[in-house]
Write a protein that binds this ligand. Structure first.
Ligand code: AMP
Length: 351
């Protein structure tokens, strides 16, 4: 991984007044550009010629400037550095760049170590356990004694997950080459809730965590095909094979009595990140399932902005209680970068 010193050296050359925000045109880019525009921060969209018209279709959320690329997996680092850009990692950017993100010689918002901990499922579980979160049991293929969900490494967006009820079914459904690569998790039954957090080491007022505060920005619930419509198939007499391909998100608010626990989970994840790999400034999300006893189980952490925040470009039922002006996660990122650049503290929120 590129050293923090090297990134700090790049930052030292940045002009605080010209610091801008760049990301790949995909995932949550509209929200990121729209939010930055609201905060008066210039934006750069890394985009293919073909996709540009999608962003031009939304004049208030298109980037101020495009860098046109043939392949969005190639991040034009030198050009970005010359433009004083901080790159915002989102789900597509992280997926497109893969392990290469570790080496990109351009400042990335947040701590890129956290993306590495997110990428390795076993490390992510170590992080969740260090944060004291309840997690689904991880079961060996030969010990499957209950409904389980089988996850391929790196499979994102729920694609290709399989449900199995026994070891025999596992070996029947999982190909030989994947047997040693998959993670088998106990299948959790309950309501999915995805709280979106923002950890700011620069802010002192609010829900204290590590050296700053953790802000609860919003919640979403994903809409997944076919599982979320499976009752329709069942009613129509079809034998539905559940699958978990994410195709969108819907909003959620929680009963207020659960908020204390959700805030505490965010604080614990932040503080565990601090101890394990030096912190997680910026947005993150804990993917949870809340069972009938109102117990939260976490099955994943997204160490960056999640697409569920796209529901709230004008703020959410929670950000309204944090900020007077409409505050999306996109605006919150721009605000943090603006504040940090002004105070000469970009190195605190960027790696
Ligand atoms: P993930 O790729 O881990 O975000 O999971 C994609 C989707 O699969 C989630 O949004 C859930 O609907 C479902 N899922 C993942 N893990 C579990 C689990 N342990 N129990 C039940 N459903 C799960």
């Amino acid at each position: 991984m590129i050293s923090k010193d090297k990134i700090n050296k790049i930052l030292e050359e940045y002009n605080p007044k010209k610091t801008c925000i760049a990301t790949v045109c995909s995932h949550s880019a509209l929200q990121i550009f729209h939010g930055a525009r609201r905060e008066g921060v210039k934006t750069i969209g890394i985009c293919t010629e073909k996709r540009k018209k999608v962003y031009d279709a939304f004049p208030l959320a298109k980037p101020d400037e495009y860098i046109i690329v043939d392949d969005p997996r190639e991040i034009p680092v030198d050009e970005l550095v010359s433009k004083n850009a901080v790159v915002i990692p989102h789900g597509s950017l992280v997926e497109y760049t893969g392990k290469k993100i570790d080496e990109l010689a351009v400042p990335i918002f947040g701590n890129r170590m956290s993306l590495w901990w997110e990428r390795e499922r076993s490390k992510m579980f170590q992080w969740m356990e260090a944060a004291g979160l309840e997690v689904p049991a991880i079961i060996k293929p030969d010990d499957i004694d209950r409904p389980c969900i089988v996850k391929l490494p790196g499979a994102k967006g729920g694609m290709g997950y399989i449900i199995v009820n026994s070891s025999d079914e596992f070996y029947e459904k999982v190909s030989d080459e994947n047997v040693d690569k998959v993670m088998v998790q106990e299948y959790l039954l309950g309501v999915r809730a995805y709280p979106h957090y923002f950890y700011s080491p620069l802010t002192k007022d609010g829900y204290r965590a590590a050296e700053g505060v953790v802000e609860l920005m919003s919640f979403d619930r994903r809409v997944e095909s076919t599982i979320d419509e499976s009752y329709r198939g069942t009613l129509a007499g079809i034998d539905v094979k559940p699958s978990f391909s994410v195709m969108g998100n819907e909003p959620l608010v929680l009963r207020e009595s659960l908020l204390g626990e959700v805030l505490e989970m965010g604080k614990n994840v932040t503080e565990a990140a601090d101890k394990l790999f030096g912190g997680i400034p910026g947005p993150f999300c804990i993917e949870t399932i809340c069972d009938e006893n109102l117990q939260f189980y976490a099955f994943e952490i997204s160490a960056r902005i999640v697409a569920g925040t796209n529901l709230y470009p004008d703020g959410s039922p929670y950000s309204t209680y944090l900020y007077k002006d409409p505050m999306s996660t996109g605006s919150r990122i721009a605000l943090e970068i603006k504040k940090a650049a002004k105070a000469g503290k970009l190195a605190k929120v960027v790696f």
